[in-house]
Design a protein around this ligand. Structure first.
Ligand SMILES: [Zn+2]
Length: 191
């Protein structure tokens, strides 16, 4: 999978057709020795953003259901009690979550493929992201809550270039790193 580095700058990394803008996915990293900030930006077009957004809620519902159903069934049906039931419930919940994650990723991949794109979690296959993410000695990912009042996503975490522009508005260094990431990705300032 090397198409990511071959596409034209600014072209949506997910579908290879649209142009990335403010809804592109941003991954900020802090240097382990403090100081530096760098932001990997994966270009994403509006159409792909819509595909990804539409999947968030059903995916969350499936995950919650997958975690809740096995313990509920065990509690209702299994002829055990006390500590054994608690242990079984815990195992059931973990197993349910694992199955749920598999179901959700398969479902998101099918839905994305129908729209001619790739699921949002594929961004972790992006060359630029992988290059920084594997360098755990040098960089650690920064995850922040989503404070952007204009955000239309259901994600509790900041996700897009626009989210981070808002979050970094009082942090000149991080903002500069974000804009540098955008330039590297071929994304120009959103209109
Ligand atoms: Zn796209």
């Amino acid at each position: 999978m090397t198409q990511g580095s071959r596409v034209t700058a600014g072209t949506c990394w997910f579908c290879g057709k649209g142009r990335g803008g403010g809804e592109s996915v941003a991954y900020p990293f802090d240097a382990q020795d403090g100081g530096e900030v760098r932001v990997v930006v994966v270009p994403r077009c509006d159409a792909c953003t819509q595909v990804h957004r539409k999947q968030m809620l059903p995916s969350a519902v499936i995950l919650v259901a997958a975690a809740i159903v096995p313990p509920t069934l065990i509690t209702l049906l299994a002829p055990v009690s006390g500590g054994i039931r608690t242990a079984l419930n815990a195992i059931g919940m973990v197993a349910g979550l694992v199955v749920g994650i598999v179901l959700v990723s398969q479902r998101e991949r099918r839905t994305a493929a129908r729209s001619g794109t790739r699921p949002s979690y594929d961004a972790r296959e992006h060359e630029g992201y992988k290059a920084v993410a594997v360098d755990t000695a040098g960089w650690r990912p920064r995850s922040v809550g989503n404070l952007n009042p204009d955000n239309t996503s259901t994600s509790p975490r900041a996700e897009t270039v626009d989210d981070y522009r808002y979050h970094f508005r009082n942090d000149a260094k991080a903002l500069a790193a974000l804009e540098r990431g955008c330039r590297e990705a071929g994304i120009t300032q959103a209109a």
